[in-house]
Design a protein around this ligand. Structure first.
Ligand SMILES: Nc1ncnc2c1ncn2[C@@H]1O[C@H](COP(=O)(O)OP(=O)(O)OC[C@H]2O[C@@H]([n+]3cccc(C(=O)O)c3)[C@H](O)[C@@H]2O)[C@@H](O)[C@H]1O
Ligand SMILES: Nc1ncnc2c1ncn2[C@@H]1O[C@H](COP(=O)(O)OP(=O)(O)OP(=O)(O)O)[C@@H](O)[C@H]1O
Ligand SMILES: NC(=O)CC[C@H](N)C(=O)O
Length: 609
């Protein structure tokens, strides 16, 4: 066995069926690895097609095209060995595989055994699991190639494989191997969630210890297909010790991590620290990258935002400012222009934000000077384009038309919700005009707490093509804004952080606040965690929280939560696509499915009371 070999993992920012992009990233990563003298390079799960192809995986043509693309990659592998992921269809069944190619020879295909079927993953819909210990062959390019639970001998090493979820479940593929393994490659597509990188690190270290080997883990990077973010973790551990870690949440197309591994002695390394140490840092980088990728992959010219000066819209404005700042730092202006596909008129983050982010404050007579100043100051400090107009004339027009039709005056006593909603809805058509005029993405500003209880006007403030903060709760947002002001240097958030959250839809003398309308955000968040993340019944939620709240009040809040939750499932079905950040979310497409019509927990709520 050679004593020392150079191993590398390259996280790649892939896009479903963007063959040109995906192959370019793969080839560039291989070329860079060759320049660095890498012996074995691991690339992420399903990186040829993209991991998030969904029902496209069920087609005949997609796996066929993936094999043609594999053929294009093979000539690039002279003098190097790579592991590259693709779907393979055999007798009408799809397998999630990684091909091992050494010096232009395909040595084998490993097929995934444990399919991910929880949270945001639905792999059994598209793939068939392979059986432990079974090795078949697959005809490729006129040759019969070992296929299934393979191991490979290469440069004196015994190499085994696990694909992502294979390592997360008990009875792992590698536990079935009879031969001593020197190296395990794990190509992954492991979605970002707060704190998950630490979990992966532990998994990789433990695995290298358990199998007494070197374990190389390689994840995807970026906002691949719209909702899920991949943080580009590349982790290498040897016999219980981390010996390599990639920089996560990177704005480039790919990033290579190379480590020269001593397979006889322990590889010497310095202490490898994680790049992000808390949720606030992770959120800033993950959300910024998700927005940046969404903008360029949707070929949009930037973002449009109805900016109220309140917490939600201000969070989104700041995240866009942060994305511009980070993208500029990492890619430089020419790199940014290349990837966005258009010229930038300015040079500084503020000048570029002016071009990429258009905001508008849309006042009614219920709006306050405090929110106007907050919006204006934030927009100015970020550099964003800021418009300010009144929508009272349009609101009054609707009101008088309907009053004439129904032959009575509307009053706040009788028509509260109608009068609130028409204001939120009147803001929508005109802000959409800006999005159309400038070919930009309209941001919807709902957060997850509002999503729980439907605290938003459908076709009003829910209007938009992405809903970037619908994956985090309001409690989190409020503390992140303070972090962004003090730690990220967004001093324009000073006024935002001094405001109490309010919809400003009722007349000012009614002093409307979100928490008066609903319940304290902290209680909402605690109930949501118990009810949705842990799947508890109303009574179980009450039992779990009763020590921390006044008993009668808690019962009222739980009742309100479940009633509003049930009534508003249809709204959650209609929110614009959102990003996944927390260990759970309420998006029916990606994490929590719930019936649109239901019994509404009536019996369960009655027995709780
Ligand atoms: N299962 C179901 N399937 C389909 N539709 C269903 C339905 N259940 C009710 N509906 C329909 O839902 C409609 C009501 O929904 P919608 O018109 O959206 O209005 P709604 O949910 O009744 O009220 C909006 C709430 O959001 C709050 N809000 C609005 C805007 C901004 C903010 C803020 O925080 O800034 C807060 C506002 O204070 C109010 O509490 C009704 O027409 C009803 O028929
Ligand atoms: N005066 C306004 N000008 C522009 N947009 C507004 C105005 N008022 C409300 N909106 C839009 O409606 C959305 C919903 O309002 P909401 O009150 O939920 O959020 P917010 O004002 O951003 O935060 P907070 O709830 O903390 O006040 C806002 O995020 C914003 O996009
Ligand atoms: N692609 C996968 O198999 C992902 C599953 C794994 N549990 C993860 O979230 O990382």
């Amino acid at each position: 066995m050679s004593q020392k070999l150079k191993l590398a993992g390259a996280c790649l920012n892939q896009t479903p069926i963007d063959w040109a992009n995906n192959l370019r990233n793969i080839k560039n990563a291989i070329d860079d690895a060759k320049k660095e003298g890498v012996d074995i390079l691991c690339l992420p799960e399903l990186c040829i097609t993209g991991y998030g192809c969904e029902d496209l995986f069920l087609s005949q043509w997609l796996p066929t095209t993936a094999l043609e693309k594999l053929d294009e990659i093979i000539p690039h592998t002279s003098g190097i060995a790579i592991s590259v992921g693709l779907p393979i269809r055999i007798e009408g069944k799809n397998y999630n595989t990684t091909a091992f190619i050494a010096d232009k020879q395909v040595k084998g295909f490993y097929a995934k055994q444990k399919l991910a079927n929880d949270g945001v993953h639905y792999e059994p819909r598209w793939f068939t699991p392979w059986s432990a210990g079974k090795v078949d062959s697959f005809e490729f390019e006129g040759k019969s190639i070992p296929f299934g639970h393979i191991t490979i001998e290469h440069k004196g090493l015994n190499i085994a494989f696990e694909i992502c979820e294979d390592a997360w479940q008990p009875d792992r593929p590698c536990e079935h191997l009879k031969t001593k393994i020197d190296l395990i490659l794990n190509p992954s597509a492991s979605h970002f969630a707060f704190g998950k990188s630490e979990f992966r690190e532990e998994l990789v270290i433990k695995s290298s210890n358990q199998f007494d080997c070197v374990y190389l883990y390689c994840n995807l990077l970026g906002n691949e297909a719209g909702r899920m973010i991949y943080d580009g973790d590349v982790l290498i551990a040897q016999k219980g010790k981390l010996i390599g870690r990639n920089h996560r949440l990177w704005y480039h197309d790919y990033r290579l991590l190379t480590v020269e591994v001593d397979f006889e002695k322990n590889t010497a390394t310095e202490n490898i620290k994680p790049h992000y140490s808390n949720r606030n840092e992770e959120f800033s980088h993950a959300a910024g990258l998700a927005l940046f990728d969404y903008c360029r992959k949707s070929r949009s010219k930037g973002f449009v935002l109805s900016l109220s000066g309140g917490a939600d819209s201000s969070t989104i404005a700041t995240l866009i400012g942060f994305a511009v700042r980070t993208a500029l730092e990492q890619r430089g202006k020419p790199g940014l222009e290349k990837v966005l596909g258009f010229q930038l008129t300015g040079d500084t983050p503020e000048e570029i934000t002016k071009q990429l982010l258009t905001t508008a404050y849309q006042a009614t007579k219920n709006s306050s000077d405090a929110t106007f100043n907050s919006a204006k100051n934030l927009a100015e400090s970020l550099g964003a384009t800021f418009y300010n107009w009144q929508i009272d004339a349009e609101v009054n027009e609707y009101r008088s038309t309907i009053e004439e039709a129904i032959e009575r005056k509307l009053t706040w006593e009788q028509d509260d919700i109608t009068l609130q909603n028409i204001q939120a809805r009147t803001r929508a058509p005109i802000i959409w005009m800006l999005a159309n005029l400038e070919n930009k993405l309209l941001m919807a500003t709902s957060n997850r707490s509002e999503g729980d209880v439907g605290y938003a006007t459908m076709d009003g403030d829910t209007s938009g093509s992405i809903s970037p903060i619908a994956g985090v709760d309001k409690h989190f947002i409020l503390q992140w804004l303070k972090y962004a002001e003090h730690e990220l240097g967004f001093t324009g958030l000073k006024d935002v952080n001094a405001l109490t959250p309010t919809a400003e839809l009722r007349p000012e003398d009614q002093h409307q606040t979100d928490e008066e309308d609903l319940m304290p955000y902290e209680a909402l968040m605690r109930i949501e965690r118990e009810a949705i993340l842990h799947g508890r019944s109303p009574k179980q939620v009450y039992e779990a929280l009763k020590a921390d709240f006044n008993s009668d009040q808690l019962k009222d809040w739980i009742k309100k939560f479940y009633q509003l939750w049930t009534r508003n499932q249809w709204k959650r079905e209609r929110y614009a696509p959102s990003f996944h950040f927390d260990d759970f979310n309420i998006d029916p497409r990606s994490w929590y499915r719930f019936p649109i019509l239901s019994g509404g927990y009536m019996e369960e709520l009655n027995t709780m009371l």
